[in-house]
Design a protein around this ligand. Structure first.
Ligand code: OAD
Length: 239
């Protein structure tokens, strides 16, 4: 932790990449953990354009349930710690694979939502959008233009939003420190952000090993809330 704090203090640019484990302590399930979504559901049914084309109702029921869970969840100490880090450091980019908006709710400003968000639905046939505060009413899935409303998230087989990805790649290339929090680092291209520059100090906060653990200069085997809180404490102590 002291080494990480030292690196953060001297860094000119920092990239943080977060995944579902970031929000585990807010009570939101991960995808690949013991109770993770992909243990009981097929990715191709719920998170692919083909699954949505086959059965939009089932897909929307799953997203509506997730929207309700997000609404009931609060940012945890880890989300707040990252918002404080951003306020303390000039050039920090927070790239998240999460669609739960908890980073923004904790006060983070410079957030790149690599996999989209659940704040609104967008029509597949035109530019219409609908707010998703309470999920989408099942009667509203089919739009009058002939298209369908879908969640504004990235599904398997789809490209990441071009502008968001370009900014994330730029931040990764610039970073002196890349901090991975709560991601299994199994989903690309997001995980590839850590491999963009061989000069950066790479640190991982995760109770378990990930696809990138072996590439890391420092691993902290703790949950995000405890570890990020401790990281901020270490950072402040040595100021
Ligand atoms: P995963 O479910 O693959 O991984 C969650 C990670 O969080 C694991 O490495 C856990 O060890 C770790 N973890 C669990 N509890 C934690 C805690 N309290 N603090 C910190 N870490 C903890 O989730 P992602 O890596 O986010 O994509 O998955 C990436 C993408 O795969 C998701 O964005 C989603 C999914 O399919 C799409 O839906 C497109």
């Amino acid at each position: 932790m002291d080494e990480l704090a030292k690196r953060l203090r001297s860094a000119r640019a920092i990239l943080v990449l977060t995944g579902a484990g970031m929000s585990a302590e807010s009570g939101l399930p991960t995808f690949r953990g013991d109770d993770g979504y992909w243990r009981n559901h097929r990715v191709e049914d719920l998170a692919s354009p083909q699954g949505f084309a086959r059965d939009p109702l089932t897909v929307w029921r799953w997203y509506n349930e997730r929207i309700q869970r997000c609404r009931g969840a609060e940012p945890n100490a880890g989300h707040y710690a990252l918002a404080q880090l951003e306020a303390m450091i000039t050039n920090m980019t927070l790239a998240t694979q999460n669609v739960d908006s908890l980073h923004a709710r904790a006060g983070s400003k410079n957030v790149l939502e690599l996999h989209g968000h659940l704040r609104e639905a967008g029509c597949t046939g035109c530019n219409a959008t609908l707010p998703l505060a309470n999920g989408l009413d099942e009667n509203l899935i089919d739009h009058s233009c002939g298209g369908r409303f879908r969640p504004q998230v990235v599904w398997f087989g789809e490209a990441l939003p071009r502008d968001v990805w370009a900014r994330a790649e730029h931040a990764a290339a610039q970073a002196d420190v890349i901090l991975l929090v709560g991601t299994s680092a199994q989903v690309y291209p997001a995980a590839a952000l850590a491999l963009q520059n061989d000069r950066a100090f790479i640190a991982e906060i995760n109770p378990g090993a990930t696809g990138l653990s072996e590439r890391c200069d420092c691993v902290i085997r703790e949950g995000a809330a405890v570890a990020l809180h401790a990281m901020m404490k270490a950072l402040r102590q040595k100021e």
